[in-house]
Design a protein around this ligand. Structure first.
Ligand code: PHE
Length: 344
């Protein structure tokens, strides 16, 4: 081979090597190119240089110089490409580590907590029935939490064993009923309100109790309000919340601030996946009753002129029923994998 042919072969090889190097996408590929072109014994440049022996001594230096130039260029290109492949991108990953076949992560979307969702749904139904929404303090006095509600301080409910006292006669409210008293003090009848909020009791933390839980209080006061209004309104609420065929049962009960008092149970009709319909068991969903005249007198209302009714329900309980969750604690452990399934 003449020196011109060798020089052409070296330049072709240079072009080919540079194209192959810029096409690599992994360091392992780059390493095998290095062996292919620059390898000491089997490398292609060394292969061409083996032809040097056939040239005249005068021709050898030109070809040798060209071979060294090509070697330097190819070596430089391999080093440069190596730096590119290991360079870290904005997420700290090299091109090697980045797996472009991974499905993209969607944006992080928040969702309403299932118990908050229950409060909102209860609120929407009562709003459509003409109720306003009010709130009261979570720390309240014995007067508002017990005495004004016709509950003497020696009543078991007022016991320190059951209640979280902050200081003498001030406690974390054990129910939302004190908001009844505060609302009546602030407004004259007619009153139609609901009051959602947190309440606190010395309860053991178990599948159906948490020491802090949400309640939704309801209160209606006007002239001529009777037990019929209570039954009709709570029945309407039940059908709007649990479905039009829901049955409602009122069982006699006792609360110091209502007389008569009831526990309200519902029986739902659920459609199963196979199309059949099934009745649930009776489930207790709230306490209610006609506001005791002693409570009306405590806020300075004329108990001869005004009557009313009240209820208290637990949206945590409602959320458990709705989502078939057997353990209330799961709602408060803040595991987004659990809570996320309920997000709309
Ligand atoms: N406050 C009662 C409770 O916490 C519930 C209730 C509210 C009952 C209003 C009657 C009327 O158990």
């Amino acid at each position: 081979m003449s020196d011109l042919n060798l020089i052409k072969a070296l330049r072709d090889l240079e072009r080919e090597a540079l194209a192959a190097i810029s096409n690599t996408s992994a360091l392992t590929e780059l390493e095998s190119l290095r062996v292919t072109y620059l390898g000491r014994s089997g490398g292609r440049i060394s292969g061409i240089l083996r032809g040097l022996g056939e040239l005249s001594p005068g021709e050898r230096p030109t070809v040798g110089q060209e071979a060294n130039r090509v070697k330097t260029v190819v070596k430089g290109a391999i080093e440069e490409r190596g730096r590119e492949l290991t360079a870290h991108d904005s997420e700290g990953m090299s091109k090697e580590q980045r797996d472009i076949t991974l499905p993209a992560r969607g944006p992080w979307r928040g969702g309403m907590h299932p118990v908050t969702e229950a409060v909102n749904e209860i609120w929407k139904i009562f709003r459509n029935l003409g109720f306003a929404r009010v709130r009261g303090p979570e720390a309240d006095t014995e007067w508002y939490n017990f005495e004004a509600l016709n509950t003497p301080l020696d009543h078991p409910a007022a016991d320190e064993q059951d209640t979280l006292y902050l200081v003498e006669s001030v406690l974390l409210r054990s129910h939302t009923s004190p908001v009844q008293v505060r609302t009546m003090e602030a407004h004259d009848p007619p009153i139609r309100v609901i009051a959602p909020g947190w309440v606190y009791r010395r309860d053991t933390y178990d599948a159906t109790h948490t020491p802090a839980f949400l309640q939704v209080e309801g209160l209606v006061i006007d002239e001529g309000v009777t037990f019929v209004d209570l039954k009709a309104t709570l029945g309407e609420f039940a059908r709007r919340y649990w479905g039009p065929e829901t049955q409602v049962r009122f069982r006699p009960s006792f609360f110091p601030f209502t007389e008569p008092s009831v526990e309200v149970d519902v029986k739902q009709i659920v459609s199963l996946e196979d199309g059949t319909r099934q009745e649930t068991d009776w489930l207790e969903v709230m306490g209610a009753g006609m506001v005791d005249p002693a409570v009306l007198e405590n806020v300075g209302y004329d108990a001869e002129r005004y009557t009313g009714w009240a209820f208290g329900m637990g949206p945590g309980r409602l959320a458990m029923m709705r989502h078939g969750v057997g353990d209330l604690r799961r709602f408060f452990e803040n595991d987004v994998r659990f809570l996320g399934q309920f997000a709309q």
